[in-house]
Write a protein that binds this ligand. Structure first.
Ligand SMILES: Cc1cc2nc3c(=O)[nH]c(=O)nc-3n(C[C@H](O)[C@H](O)[C@H](O)COP(=O)(O)OP(=O)(O)OC[C@H]3O[C@@H](n4cnc5c(N)ncnc54)[C@H](O)[C@@H]3O)c2cc1C
Length: 414
């Protein structure tokens, strides 16, 4: 059912945001909630219907400029859609957010031709995207990646393996980062991003195996065995794959995962409040007792901090402000706060939390899945320490804001 945003968000949300909030709540209640039980009962199945329903609403184009058929609604709007969907199903929200990350890469790093070809397909939901950076052996150590791309005339040939790739089994286009320089060249010059269509010969996927949580969402493995792609499919400058991966992870990946963990967090608080106020004890309910109330109050306090930091960060980004540290910090604390609340929620339910089909188990499993993507807490902390120490960093939010300013039409009459 449609909810009202918390008062702390009033200064941020416009009337259009408020409408989107309520529309998303209504959509999630009507169309997503009925899918959830089936997704949990059949975790080997890849959820496609929910993606199709979101595509019909053009949500895969929320951040895409109108000239490409997108909603051009910005990052607060994107956070609203992911957050409100994740309250009902984090897995469905994950399908949406995983495509929006590489869409950002094409939007900010693509050529005029690449944008004209791919962004309309993304906006309509006809083609979902994935971003393939992580590898089975090197994990989050991007500089150590072993996937290689070699130039052969007008073609590039890719060989390697990618792991934990969001939308691995739904995407029609994969943004693959691979090594293009010989050993010894530093990561900042050695990697390049490529657009690899899903039907390219030599690209295969391992069978979808369900993970601990986010059932229905695929984050599986890709194999690239001699995949040949034309030189026109190079995304961004050759050698700048690290910049592309990092800039998009900070400005799209982190806020997207923040919004997913925020939705799970809210569902944890709601589920626990309902439980405490319906579980009879003495002459009343558990919610009448000081200790369970105190625990619930702490959960609510964490949720409020997570909400303010999630929306505060993307609001800065929408307003063209320098906000990398805020986007990173919101991801870091959003997950940590929600994970603390997940433990409180489990313990507040006693043994009831362990019953097979109770919703809380899904939430507890799903929150484990927002730790790693778009950088683990350790990597966020490494970057935040630089902010605390006032050490120089590339500010991607500022870079993209400046780019948007250049792209504005010249208001001077011809
Ligand atoms: C749901 C989900 C969706 C994902 N989607 C994508 C996707 O779409 N595309 C993609 O490319 N990847 C994706 N990933 C992968 C994700 O980006 C990686 O899990 C993450 O980068 C960490 O890599 P790893 O899991 O291999 O851990 P590792 O890199 O092996 O690290 C293991 C542990 O060691 C710590 N560690 C490692 N190196 C250091 C260091 N130098 N200093 C301190 N601590 C360190 C890490 O923080 C972590 O706690 C996804 C993961 C999940 C769970």
């Amino acid at each position: 059912m449609p909810t009202t945003p918390p008062p702390a968000l009033e200064p941020i949300l416009t009337p259009a945001h408020l409408r989107l909030w309520q529309e998303t709540d209504a959509f999630a209640a009507q169309y997503i909630a009925p899918c959830v039980q089936g997704m949990e009962a059949k975790p080997h199945r890849v959820e496609r219907l929910a993606a199709q329903l979101m595509a019909e609403r053009h949500w895969f184009g929320v951040t895409i400029p109108a000239q490409y058929g997108g909603m051009a609604a910005g990052h607060v709007a994107k956070t609203i859609i992911i957050h409100r969907t994740a309250v009902v199903s984090a897995a469905v929200a994950a399908i949406l957010q995983a495509s929006l990350i590489p869409v950002g890469a094409v939007r900010h790093w693509g050529t005029v031709e690449q944008k004209a070809q791919w962004l309309p397909q993304a906006a309509s939901g006809q083609t979902l995207f994935s971003i393939a950076v992580t590898e089975p052996e090197m994990g989050g150590h991007i500089g150590g990646m072993e996937t290689i791309a070699e130039r052969q005339g007008d073609w590039w040939v890719l060989n390697g393996k990618k792991a934990h790739i969001g939308n691995s089994h739904l995407a029609g286009l994969h943004v693959v980062v691979a090594r293009t320089a010989p050993p010894g060249v530093g990561a900042s010059q050695a990697l390049t991003a490529f657009l690899v269509e899903d039907d390219r010969k030599g690209l295969t996927k391992e069978r979808h195996r369900p993970g601990l949580g986010l059932h229905g969402f695929t984050f599986g493995r890709l194999r690239l065995d001699g995949v040949r792609i034309p030189a026109a499919n190079v995304l961004g400058p050759i050698g700048k794959g690290l910049d592309i991966a990092q800039s998009i992870s900070i400005t799209y990946g982190r806020p997207n995962l923040t919004a997913v963990s925020l939705g799970i967090h809210e569902a944890l608080v709601n589920t626990t409040a309902q439980w405490l106020s319906s579980r009879r004890r003495y002459d009343g309910y558990l919610s009448d007792l000081p200790v369970p109330r105190d625990r619930l109050g702490r959960m609510q306090a964490r949720l409020q901090i997570a909400e303010s930091s999630a929306y505060g960060a993307v609001n800065l980004f929408d307003r063209g402000k320098r906000c990398d540290a805020q986007l990173i910090g919101a991801k870091h604390s959003g997950h940590e706060l929600a994970a603390d609340s997940a433990r409180d929620a489990m313990e507040s339910h006693g043994a009831h939390a362990l019953d097979g089909d109770y919703a809380l188990q899904r939430l507890f499993r799903d929150i484990q899945c927002t730790y790693s993507p778009a950088g683990t807490a350790e990597f966020q902390a490494i970057q935040l320490a630089k902010t605390a120490l006032d050490e120089p960093t590339v500010e991607w939010s500022e870079h993209f804001a400046a780019e948007a300013a250049w792209a504005r039409p010249d208001p001077t009459p011809a």
